[in-house]
Design a protein around this ligand. Structure first.
Ligand code: RRO
Length: 302
């Protein structure tokens, strides 16, 4: 039996959530029917990132299989705020777990409009701010620069009473300083890591890039050790809770993430291989806790 977890005011049945954009709950409901609701794989559902206006996403190819990982350059295809509220939210509200809506914007006004509109919707339990993008007004990557992030979160904080989670990028010089800036500006939690910037060469070494957008983000087991290092560093710096993710494929990996200081653990790329991974990993974690009173030895899995 799982132990409930308090994550910035959300009461969660167990510590396993999904990483944003790695599980399409609406498509899964179409495929698995109400069985999905009876045994939902996660203790909370994190939506794919939405933007103010609809986006088509990047030109194909959008995926590349890397050693022990996946490089994506999906490019945020989404229906925009209105489409999300009209089409997706009524369906996501039927899920048996709290809903965390992930947002991204490239200007303060865009972000303010998103946060204000989502704050008004009682179906949404928390917001996750994806800061892996540039602010077109300042030219700085929001999530890579502590002062830039502090300014953005300071503007958004008063616009919502819901828990505000800041999803950090690993593509920065000092992730703990960025996490500290998020906390200082009023964030309720941080989540990390997003994907690592990566390049996929054409498989026949033509000299061209494989991905339509040339670069993408690396995820999967290849980044687990990086994720553990960054989660450990951030959890050692901030007092707010941490959602840890990056290459988690098993209960043992989830336990390592908790040991690194995470309060909850997100499963991402593994969901593409096994849509029931969340359920399996949560059970494996329970078994680990049930079978080992002692912590030592539990986290030896690489
Ligand atoms: O849509 C994407 O290409 C994407 C996003 Br928004 C993100 O945050 N991380 C990622 O690896 N891909």
């Amino acid at each position: 039996m799982s132990t409930p977890v308090d994550f910035c005011g959300l009461r969660l049945a167990h510590p396993i959530v999904n990483g944003s954009g790695t599980f399409d709950a609406i498509a899964a409901r179409r495929t698995f029917g109400d069985a999905l609701l009876d045994e939902f794989p996660f203790c909370a559902f994190v939506s794919k990132t939405i933007t103010l206006e609809p986006r088509d996403g990047n030109p194909p190819p959008r995926l590349y299989e890397a050693p022990a990982g996946l490089i994506n350059s999906i490019g945020l295809p989404n229906k925009g705020l209105r489409g999300y509220l009209t089409d997706d939210l009524p369906q996501l509200a039927q899920l048996p777990v709290p809903l965390i809506t992930n947002v991204m914007g490239s200007t303060s006004d865009e972000l303010a409009e998103l946060v204000t509109a989502l704050d008004a919707r009682p179906e949404i339990d928390a917001l996750e701010l994806n800061v892996s993008c540039p602010n077109v007004e300042t030219g700085l990557d929001i999530g890579a620069d502590p002062r830039e992030l502090h300014a953005v979160v300071t503007e958004l904080r008063p616009l919502t009473a819901k828990p505000l989670i800041v999803k950090l990028t690993p593509n920065t010089a000092d992730v703990a300083a960025v996490a500290q800036a998020a906390q200082d500006a009023g964030a309720d939690a941080v989540s990390l890591i997003n994907t690592l910037r990566a390049y996929a060469p054409h498989p026949r070494a033509t000299g061209a890039a494989w991905l339509g957008n040339a670069t993408g983000g690396l995820s999967g087991p290849a980044i687990r050790a990086v994720a553990l290092a960054q989660v450990r560093e951030v959890a050692g710096r901030v007092a707010i809770p941490v959602m840890g993710m990056g290459g988690v494929q098993s209960g043992l990996h989830a336990a390592s993430m908790l040991d690194a200081g995470a309060t909850v653990v997100a499963v991402g790329t593994e969901n593409f291989r096994d849509p029931a991974a969340g359920t399996r990993i949560s059970r494996e974690l329970d078994d680990l806790f049930a079978n080992s009173g002692e912590k030592s030895g539990r986290t030896s899995g690489a």
